[in-house]
Ligand binder design. Structure first.
Ligand code: NAP
Length: 242
């Protein structure tokens, strides 16, 4: 069986990614933090696709929780490994830097950037030993371009982009690829407070994207066909920034 972990798989982009990977035949470990009902819906939809999976709640920002949950899974699955990880869980807490509180900075950095270290480092050893793995990081237009009001989020996502490029070079010889997908404005709970009517005028495609449009790129990067793509950052933003 091929196992894929999707952090933040309960909703939004993570749900769409989980369903696509399920269609590709992966058994999906659906991580989430609080939202059991949404995570259960994702799992039910995975089963409708004819695949299977399990829920794996932990806070990606907590090294202890990450290692406890993944360690427990490893112990129960001797000889098997998680060959695909999609580091997707993320939050935003926007504020102008002048008014930004330490907590707003730290929570966003911990959840979006430190999580990459905790989750990826834990899973990497098995990918290297088995000589095949796919690490896919969901970053953001904000981490490439910088967006006002998002210094914390832009810094976190830019950090993951740098780490993606560095790690890609560390592990390329072992058939482990490391890539990032950078969405623009995508219709999910995270953007439900934004004014699409106003913002879409800036987007060449004239609309927000759908989670499925991001998931399609993630699926490609997870596939065997993507074997020579590594260290890449692929924009999915309707032409907003290239
Ligand atoms: P979303 O709809 O708000 O969903 C966020 C997901 O992350 C949920 O599954 C949530 O779990 C999970 N999560 C949040 N904090 C977590 C934590 N500490 N530990 C474990 N899980 C946690 O967000 P989305 O729009 O799908 O965003 C997914 C990713 O895409 C994020 O990294 C985001 O930064 C990035 N992105 C989004 C957009 C966009 O326009 N939507 C644009 C660029 C980049 P619960 O359900 O349990 O809360």
């Amino acid at each position: 069986m091929n196992f894929a972990l999707v952090t933040g798989g309960s909703r939004g982009i993570g749900r769409a990614v989980s369903l696509n990977l399920a269609e590709m035949g992966f058994y999906i470990l659906v991580n989430y933090r609080n939202n059991l009902a949404e995570a259960e819906t994702t799992l039910a939809l995975i089963r409708e696709k004819g695949s299977d999976g399990e829920l794996m709640p932990f806070d990606v920002a907590s090294q202890e929780e990450v290692e406890r949950a993944l360690g427990k899974w490893q112990t129960a699955h001797e000889g098997e490994y998680i060959s695909v990880v999609v580091n997707n869980a993320g939050i935003r807490k926007d504020a102008l830097l002048m008014w930004m509180k330490n907590e707003e900075w730290n929570e966003v950095i911990n959840t979006n950037l430190h999580s990459f270290l905790y989750v990826t480092r834990f899973l990497l050893k098995d990918m290297l030993l088995k000589r095949w793995g796919r690490i896919i990081n969901v970053v953001s237009l904000s981490g490439l371009k910088g967006l006002p009001g998002q210094a914390n989020y832009s810094a976190a996502k830019a950090g993951v982009i740098g780490a993606t490029k560095a790690l890609a070079q560390e592990v390329a010889k072992k058939n482990v690829t490391v890539n990032a997908v950078a969405p623009g404005f995508i219709k999910t709970d995270m953007t439900s407070d934004l004014d699409e009517g106003q913002l879409k005028t800036m987007i060449p495609a004239g609309r927000f994207g759908n989670p499925e449009e991001v998931a399609a790129v993630v699926s490609f990067l997870a596939s065997r066909q993507a074997s020579y793509v590594t260290g890449a950052v692929i924009n999915v933003n309707g032409g907003l920034y290239t």
